[in-house]
Design a protein around this ligand. Structure first.
Ligand code: AOF
Ligand code: ZN
Length: 375
């Protein structure tokens, strides 16, 4: 299967971070014929898969994957938890002396600065790497081309932009944060096919099935903060924690920060400990960004969703649709409040994906953020 040659958007939309696509990619790469050097694209696929595996554990740092390739052997690394070694250092460590004369493929431009860890560019030069392949430039002001320049100055040839749109999609939350200082905002709602998130009496459990609910925990796990309105707390009293059966999370520090839009949050609310916030949403995003929150998941309800949507603050809409009809006009709509008075004033987004999840559908739509063009 020629995965590397497929369009970035289609591939990312179809197999986004799913274990199945990871397995397929590794299959392709782990059986090299003789000492044949896989293409840059195939190696970048492997690096993207490695990065997907650490998606939920690196913030406020980016989730990066790196492959050191030499003589038909691949050494794969991914970003450690904050303060730990970067992807390049992990891969170089595995490669050992095989790094000399190798091709190093990394999803994000290697850093050239000293943060909590030393510059990756120094380690790459010291290891004697022969060539470097980069997915995208690091928009972080501390890097922003400096990594590519440092490698070039050391005489190492660098290719930038391999599977660029795939990598840009995978790192979109990180990119938005570094470009705008604000978190990437995902609005997630579960609705009936007739677009209602609750019945007229307010009941909403359970519109979607277990597979969709499990996915929501994964979405929470990769988000650094989760937000709901006061109404949702009063009605559903959600814990807003990540509860997954498999690898994540490993400890309380992996739980997202919880934010409730209210002046006062009851001390015994299950969402506690949480930040109770009642000011302007713009200011909230600035504050969360300043705290290193890269992705904010807005989970409702309909009035909160309306506020974020109408302020133009949502980057991605993730709507789960159940094969259910409430069958009238009196249920609670996805966005509650007055909308566009005429079709000519309707808001338009761009489809990202439509995926069947158990008995439900997951529909993803993107807003075309101005920041996308600013990288
Ligand atoms: C890389 N590879 O795997 C990651 C990078 O505090 P530090 O030392 O961990 O540095 C964090 C910054 O390093 C982060 O803001 C970003 O620019 C870069 N992250 N760079 O070459 C990696 N995670
Ligand atoms: Zn680094």
């Amino acid at each position: 299967m020629k995965r590397a040659s497929r369009s970035g958007v289609a591939a990312a939309a179809e197999g986004r971070d799913s274990p199945r696509s990871d397995a397929m990619v590794s299959d392709t790469v782990k059986r090299p014929r003789g000492n044949e050097q896989p293409s840059d694209e195939v190696l970048m696929e492997l690096a993207i898969s490695a990065a997907a595996g650490v998606r939920a554990t690196t913030a406020p740092n980016p989730w990066v994957g790196c492959v050191v390739s030499k003589d038909g052997q691949q050494f794969v690394g991914a970003t450690s938890r904050p303060g730990g070694p970067h992807a390049e250092i992990v891969a170089l460590g595995k490669a050992g002396s095989a790094a000399r004369g190798s091709t190093l493929v990394t999803t994000l431009e290697p850093c050239a600065h000293r943060g909590r860890t030393g510059p990756c560019t120094d380690a790459i030069v010291d290891a004697g790497v022969g060539r470097v392949v980069v997915g995208i430039r690091d928009p972080d002001a501390a890097v922003d081309g400096a990594g590519v320049k440092a490698l070039g100055d050391a005489g190492i040839p660098v290719t930038v932009g391999v599977l660029e749109s795939r990598v840009a999609e995978q790192l979109r939350a990180y990119r938005k944060h570094r470009i705008t200082g604000r978190p990437y905002v995902v609005l997630k709602l579960a609705a009936t096919l007739d677009g209602r998130i609750a019945a007229p009496d307010g009941s909403s459990r359970w519109i979607t099935g277990p597979a969709a609910r499990e996915e929501v925990h994964r979405l929470r796990a990769e988000s650094d903060a989760v937000l709901v309105g006061a109404g949702t707390v009063a009605r559903d009293d959600p814990a807003l924690t990540v509860r997954l059966h498999d690898e994540l999370p490993s400890g309380p520090s992996d739980q997202p920060l919880r934010v409730v839009l209210t002046k006062h949050l009851a001390r015994d609310a299950r969402a506690q400990p949480a930040i109770a916030y009642s000011g302007p949403l713009d200011d909230l995003l600035d504050e969360l960004g300043g705290m290193g929150i890269l992705q904010l998941l807005v989970e409702g309800g309909a009035r909160v969703a309306y506020s974020f949507h109408h302020a133009g603050l949502v980057d991605r809409y993730v709507i789960y649709i159940a094969p259910v009809l409430l069958g009238g006009s009196d249920g609670i709509p996805l966005l509650e409040g007055s909308g566009a008075p005429s079709m000519s004033q309707a808001w338009r987004g761009q489809w990202r994906s439509v995926t069947r999840v158990g008995d439900d559908l997951r529909v993803e739509m993107d807003a075309l953020g101005a920041w996308e063009g600013l990288a």
